[in-house]
Design a protein around this ligand. Structure first.
Ligand code: PMP
Length: 369
């Protein structure tokens, strides 16, 4: 053990850093390829709204000034849109930041955090870093088993994370299941409902977490501008919770955690409903395109309501990921999510989806030789 090893905080000792999707530039450098497509980080393939570009350009001129540390203007717009008060909104540097704020503000070392198997990795990272005890509940059909998650709650539990829909599986929990879960949860335990992909879900029985807040003061709903709004690179997310909870989150929030360009961009993005509607429509079409292509290849896939789909490509998933990379298509291996035979493909433009399917077919054929 080196001297530094001995200094590491207990919770950080065994942490493995979050593995992001491979950036296009690294693949260009490594393989000398051009014309690479990245379907690895669930980004919006349409790019950004022109209204966002204008707002960012204008705000850039005042970049010498600190941003509004409370993000009042964006909070007002969000509060109005969501039918809540501004005091119930907490802004974050991406929704990751909000997830981390919740853990830092509320979870003591040794307290339990309940998560589902195959759930978004940041819940585990944030919890481990404060030395919490993790209770990972087996998934049911790749989705959260909310009844089992309720059963997993003990007197030591402080927080339960529910991703709805979940990444990387794309599965969702129905309104009935979420309501039942929240009804059973003791009011002294916090629930985070992570709705990063909320805007994409069109299923009638999918619950809007914000409508559940009035009945459940222990609930924190988390959303982001990174996905359907197309602002992943600018980092803006938000939490919606009671004023009491929001006030506590505000104590650990870094000053100016959301930068001026991001604040302006998010506000402008809220004003472009056409961009949002087109993004959602295109995503639904892309999901269908990928699902039918996977069917043609005879591959199983996990039904998804988000902007990605997990295909079961078999034991050679790692090798197939490499083969796809060599052909300029970046997807995401998900072995670290307990899915060693799957690859997650983000929904791209129609031509990108077609190319991913073509390259996956080639990889499948080659890996079978
Ligand atoms: N929650 C889920 C379920 C996610 O998939 C992601 C992004 N991968 C996030 C939260 C965090 O996204 P961001 O920080 O960009 O808002």
């Amino acid at each position: 053990m080196s001297q530094i090893d001995g200094l590491i905080a207990h919770g950080v000792r065994n942490l493995q850093p979050y593995q992001p999707g491979k950036p296009v530039e690294s693949l260009e450098r490594e393989l000398g390829l051009t014309d690479i497509i990245k379907l690895a980080s669930n980004e919006n393939p349409r790019g950004v709204s022109p209204l966002v570009v204008d707002a960012v350009n204008e705000t850039l001129l005042s970049a010498a000034r600190y941003p509004d540390g409370s993000g009042t203007s964006l909070k007002c717009k969000l509060a109005e849109r969501l039918g809540v008060s501004t005091e119930e909104v907490t802004l974050g540097n991406g929704s990751n930041d909000v997830l981390d704020l919740v853990v830092r503000a509320f979870v003591n070392p040794g307290e339990e955090v309940v998560v589902s198997e195959h759930a978004f990795a940041v819940y585990v990272l944030a919890s481990m870093s404060v030395n919490a005890q993790l209770h990972v509940v087996p998934a049911s059909g790749f989705g959260h088993d909310l009844a089992a998650m309720s059963d997993a709650v003990t007197s030591k539990t402080k927080l339960v994370f529910v991703a709805n829909p979940n990444n990387p599986t794309g599965t969702y929990s129905s309104r009935e299941a979420v309501e039942k879960f929240l009804d059973l949860l003791p009011p002294t335990i916090l629930a985070v409902l992570d709705e990063a992909y909320f805007e994409y879900v069109t299923n009638g029985d999918y619950p809007d977490g914000v409508t559940l807040l009035s009945r459940h003061p222990n609930l924190i709903v988390v959303r982001t501008f990174s996905k359907a709004y197309g602002l992943a690179g600018l980092r803006v997310g938000y939490g919606i919770a009671s004023k009491e909870i929001a006030e506590v989150l505000n104590r650990v929030r870094h000053p100016f955690n959301v930068n001026a360009l991001a604040l302006a961009a998010a506000e402008a993005a809220l004003g472009d409903e056409t961009f949002l509607a087109e993004s959602i429509k295109q995503n639904l079409e892309g999901l269908k395109q990928l699902a039918s292509g996977l069917d043609k290849m005879g591959l199983d896939w996990i039904p998804s309501v988000a902007n990605f789909i997990c295909a079961r490509v078999g034991r050679n998933a790692g090798q197939m990921y490499q083969m796809m990379l060599e052909r300029g298509v970046i997807v995401r291996p998900v072995a670290n999510y307990g899915l060693p035979e799957h690859l997650r493909i983000s929904i791209g433009l129609e031509s990108e989806n077609a190319r991913a399917l073509k390259v996956l077919t080639e990889a499948l054929t080659l890996s079978e030789v």
